[in-house]
Design a protein around this ligand. Structure first.
Ligand code: BYC
Ligand code: FE
Ligand code: FE
Length: 488
């Protein structure tokens, strides 16, 4: 990467140590703060980033501009030398606060004093998830089912690293000393650590195998999309611009998840057909073919969906109402919604647990905003599941994946204290214990999947449990050397 793009409209300045389009060269205080944070970030990346591949050359895209049509440039890069930068979508002339109590005011270029603490908290929670996911995925390179998949993993990882930079920039620029301390904290917490865990539940879970990775990028990165869409609506303009650019990267993460699971489905169906197996529940015979049976895929989906639902917080939340009222966090597609954007008297239907049953009740729309965003999320997930089912149907296998009830396997919100089946029936603890392994991956399932996780690093080859992709990255041919592996 060089500075030759510096004169293009919206281009990124690569002359500073930290590539950026926010004129850091003339913002001495922030540039210095970020340069001081940089070595700690690199230490974190070396010790908690992709294990065993820091010396390898990976065919990565790097942002060179914020023009949605041509922002990325591809090339082989050693990950520690990746140019993590600070990139904001262009400022929109005359942008307003579009919702909440301040609706109609000019969007803020500085943090409103009264909302400082709330905004800092949102930035820190968002920032915390990014390095957490890198930590969760750090062992996966070693069992990559192809160089193509390995490259996609590392692409996701470096971009999550950049998303951390995105939040750290906002903290350093707008929050002075507190921001600096929070930026340090983001490098200190660790996914799954007993003493210093990451902040949100799903980011302390293991990502033990590649099927989990695909499910995580489908379900959990999609929570990222929904949350970033809501923060992109923010009346605090620098946050809005930051999130808008992050969303352009996020699309690829969900692509990796959706096509990853899709390729597993295709391979399984193809192997079943070749072996003359019609019954998708003939699990032992299907597994003997070295592919992942569809019922096990369903269990993995159940797990990752329910963990991701927890990331939306409680269905009824005064935090969410405050975020909205203050103009900091909007709804999905806020400006496209046809209502008063203040929600002072509106209601929204919420699924609750009342008198021993699951019931829909109207709640004030303001406090129901987490529920609303979760509903939008579930719709988005369902679209992907429908596309997976088309693949199964096309292969002539009689099976359909589905999303479990939102009451299933929950640890946050209305259903945290109850046991429910995937179809939403309430269960006793004993009934749940008996059925658990039918609905969530059992240790046996985990062992089976682990047994398939052997590296496949020959150019153009794929592990036998997953189909090759339809097209390569950046239109490269099937046998492209996406990763040049060097020990380190
Ligand atoms: N785990 O009123 P409540 C991504 C806490 S993913 C642990 O129910 P609220 C990515 C909550 O903090 C997107 N704690 O919920 C994906 C609060 O604590 P305090 C990440 C939880 O506040 C893949 C208390 O419980 N971004 O980018 O309305 C790879 C009561 O909270 C959890 C964001 O989340 C949990 N699951 O909403 C890489 C956006 N849920 O304040 C990256 C920013 C809740 O009482 N965050 N709690 O100490 C938010 O908007 C909100 O904080 C939440 C929670 C939606 C997360
Ligand atoms: Fe991210
Ligand atoms: Fe992501």
């Amino acid at each position: 990467m060089n500075g030759s793009a510096a004169y293009v409209e919206g281009a990124v300045d690569y002359t500073t140590k930290i590539p950026n389009n926010v004129n850091l060269a003339e913002d001495g205080r922030v540039l210095k703060a970020l340069e001081q944070w940089h070595p700690g970030y690199i230490d974190w990346w070396m010790s908690m980033g992709p294990e065993g591949f820091q010396a390898s050359e990976v065919y990565l895209r790097t942002a060179v501009s914020i023009d949605p049509k041509g922002w990325a440039k591809f090339g082989h890069v050693k990950m520690p030398e990746y140019r993590w930068g600070v990139l904001l979508a262009p400022q929109e002339e005359g942008r307003l606060v579009n919702f909440g109590a301040h609706k109609g005011e000019k969007a803020w270029q500085e943090v409103p004093g009264e909302y400082r603490a709330m905004l800092r908290r949102l930035l820190v929670i968002q920032g915390d998830t990014e390095p957490a996911s890198v930590e969760q995925q750090r062992h996966l390179g070693k069992t990559a089912p192809s160089l193509y998949d390995m490259r996609n993993l590392f692409q996701v990882n470096v971009e999550e690293g950049r998303h951390l930079w995105a939040m750290v920039y906002l903290l350093q620029k707008y929050f002075g000393k507190d921001g600096r301390e929070e930026a340090e904290g983001l490098l200190e917490r660790r996914s799954g650590d007993v003493d210093k865990p990451r902040m949100l539940g799903a980011f302390n879970e293991a990502t033990p195998d590649w099927l989990s990775f695909y499910m995580f990028t489908f379900f959990t990165d999609r929570d990222g999309k929904m949350q970033l869409e809501s923060l992109a609506q923010s009346g605090f303009d620098p946050l809005s611009r930051t999130c808008r650019f992050m969303l352009t990267e996020e699309a690829h993460h969900m692509f990796v998840g959706e096509t990853g699971v899709g390729r597993v489905i295709e391979r399984t169906c193809e192997a079943m057909k070749a072996a003359g197996i019609e019954d998708p529940f003939d699990i032992a015979r299907i597994r003997a073919l070295g592919v992942i049976d569809l019922p096990t895929l369903q269990k993995k989906a159940n797990l990752h969906f329910s963990l991701s639902l927890d990331l939306f917080g409680s269905e009824v939340s005064t935090n969410a109402a405050n975020f909205f009222n203050s103009g900091l966090k909007g709804r999905f597609m806020e400006t496209k919604i046809d209502d008063d954007h203040r929600l002072t008297s509106a209601v929204y239907p919420v699924l609750k647990f009342i008198d021993g049953e699951i019931r829909m009740v109207d709640e004030p729309a303001l406090t129901a905003l987490n529920m609303r965003l979760r509903d939008d999320y579930v719709k988005d997930c369902q679209g992907g599941v429908n596309r997976w089912n088309k693949l199964i149907e096309k292969a002539g296998v009689r099976f359909a994946l589905s999303l479990p009830s939102v009451a299933f396997n929950r640890h946050i919100g209305e259903f945290a204290g109850v046991e429910a089946s995937p179809d939403g029936k309430l269960l006793t603890a004993a009934q749940w214990a008996k059925m658990r392994d039918q609905w969530l991956p059992s240790s046996g399932d985990g062992e089976f999947i682990a047994s398939l996780m052997t590296p496949c690093w020959e150019r153009g080859e794929y592990a036998r449990w997953v189909s090759p992709p339809k097209v390569g990255v950046d239109n490269k041919p099937g046998d492209f050397d996406y990763v040049r592996i060097h020990a380190g």
